[in-house]
Design a protein around this ligand. Structure first.
Ligand code: OGA
Ligand code: MN
Length: 222
């Protein structure tokens, strides 16, 4: 039995509806796209957090792991900033993702243990080539979550997220990176890419992990 108390004081019927839409989408197809679904208070707090970050705190994203890590500008061109529990602005996002984690664990028995997330900043011309967020058996990333902070995004501005069929052969979904759109998918199942953008594009990418202490690699390295 789920009570409001277990889920914290921000739990609400609207939040349960959203979490249920996410759970049933994941259960039925392994991914879910919900336009303009992130609650406004959470999206606004992420925008506030972004505003306190100086541009020079974004660093070029690394690709690869361990000794192989390198800044590979042929694969990805975005810049990232890890979201830590060190700003009051990050609190709402971290609390919301924790409640989602608890909901998915109860509903789908995923055993999600932790969550990590970063801002991504793509300037005009930036992209992220087709990739998987996790390789089966090699990573403890189970579930990827992406949301966007771009108000007034127009379809001709590029920067689409393209999600492929699990065999990587066909483009399955095109997602405009519009404000508060939520995308979740199983990290090791769906190759995806970010098409070159023609305007500044802000996203938050996060991963729910299981606790797999056999693998102490963190990808991408922090
Ligand atoms: C990622 C990623 C998708 C997006 O950061 O791994 O695939 O739409 N992001 O920003
Ligand atoms: Mn990805």
């Amino acid at each position: 039995m789920t009570t409001a108390l277990d889920l914290g004081c921000h739990s609400s019927a609207a939040e349960d509806d959203l979490f249920e839409a996410i759970a049933s989408g994941l259960e039925q197809q392994g991914y879910v796209v919900l336009p303009a679904a992130l609650p406004e208070t959470i999206a606004a707090s992420l925008l506030d957090y972004l505003a306190v970050l100086e541009a020079n705190r974004f660093h070029r994203a690394a690709v690869g792991r361990g000794n192989d890590q390198q800044r590979n500008q042929f694969v990805r061109r975005d810049r990232i900033h890890w979201i830590e529990d060190d700003h009051q602005e990050s609190g709402q996002w971290l609390a919301w993702s924790k409640r989602l984690q608890q909901y998915l664990n109860r509903r789908l028995f995923l055993g999600l243990f932790s969550f990590e997330s970063h801002f991504s900043f793509y300037e005009a011309g930036d992209f992220y080539r087709k990739h998987l967020d996790a390789f089966r058996g090699e990573s403890n990333r189970v579930l990827s979550l992406v949301t966007y902070l771009n108000k007034g995004w127009e379809p001709d501005q590029g920067g689409e997220l393209v999600i492929y069929t699990p065999d990587g052969a066909e483009e399955m979904l095109h997602v405009q990176p519009g404000y508060a759109t939520l995308v979740l998918f199983l990290s090791s199942e769906f190759p995806h890419e970010v098409k070159p953008t023609s305007r500044d594009r802000f996203a938050v990418a996060g991963w729910f992990r299981v606790n797999n202490s056999i693998n102490d690699n963190i990808d991408p390295p922090r």
